[in-house]
Write a protein that binds this ligand. Structure first.
Ligand code: AMP
Length: 220
């Protein structure tokens, strides 16, 4: 199953994509995670991406496309994949469809996680990530057993630099201008499935699984 997770920053794409990847045994491909790794490794791509990511803007289509193109060729993608945070522009979506056609694949579902703006800001400001293993937490909705410490590996939890309020406001505005037009784009292709991204993590996960199990009906 080839799935795209779509939604604004803070909608829960990463959290839910992680669960669905485990459930279906397919990899989660997060362009945000790939770019953050590139920044940490100090690679050429990381150097080009860092300041753009820090300000909440979008990294160039060429860079993200090349990352995705290479990743989709990996053998673990042969039975499916979940794209998380990609595509983010109409140009990226056009290129993705071409790219998939070239490797004889299609998108089966675009899951749109719908969350109100006020809730997004609350969610993003409470988000914390393990500095070592990358596991995500939330100070209110999914707190670690011990404050600021990862349940899994015991390392310190940190807040992403681009989760600060001023950057979040820019990320939401970039989303509204450049990414939200993709809703109409995927609706026209009969791929868009709306799922409410509000409620418990578990109930949202169940709704997504129900939609995926219903097959390729138009749920938009
Ligand atoms: P995310 O973790 O998905 O919120 O992404 C974090 C940051 O990485 C974004 O604010 C962008 O700067 C960059 N980024 C991630 N995915 C993309 C993409 N598909 N196109 C352009 N920039 C991206």
């Amino acid at each position: 199953m080839n799935i795209v997770f779509f939604g604004p920053p803070g909608a829960g794409k990463g959290t839910q994509a992680h669960f669905i990847a485990d459930t279906y045994g397919i990899p989660q491909i997060s362009t945000g995670d790939m770019l953050r790794s590139a920044v940490v490794s100090g690679s050429e791509i990381g150097l080009q991406a860092k300041s753009i990511m820090d300000s909440g803007g979008l990294v160039s289509d060429e860079i993200v496309l090349e990352l995705v193109r290479q990743r989709l060729l990996d053998s673990d993608c042969k039975n499916g994949f979940i794209l998380d945070g990609f595509p983010r522009t109409v140009a990226q979506a056009d290129s993705l469809i071409l790219l998939l056609k070239g490797i004889k694949k299609d998108i089966d579902h675009v899951i749109s996680l719908d969350v109100a703006d006020e809730e997004l800001i609350k969610r993003i400001s409470g988000r914390r990530t393990c500095s070592a293993c990358g596991r995500g937490f939330h100070v209110l909705y999914d707190p670690p057993v011990t404050a600021d410490v990862c349940n899994i590996c015991g390392s310190a939890l940190v807040q992403r630099g681009d989760d600060s309020e001023s950057v979040v406001i820019n990320r939401l505005s970039v989303y509204n201008q450049q990414t939200s037009p993709l809703k109409a784009y995927f609706k026209n292709k009969n791929l868009l499935r709306h799922v409410s991204g509000e409620g418990s993590i578990e109930s949202i996960r169940t709704s997504i699984i129900n939609v995926l199990n219903m097959g390729s009906i138009d749920h938009s």
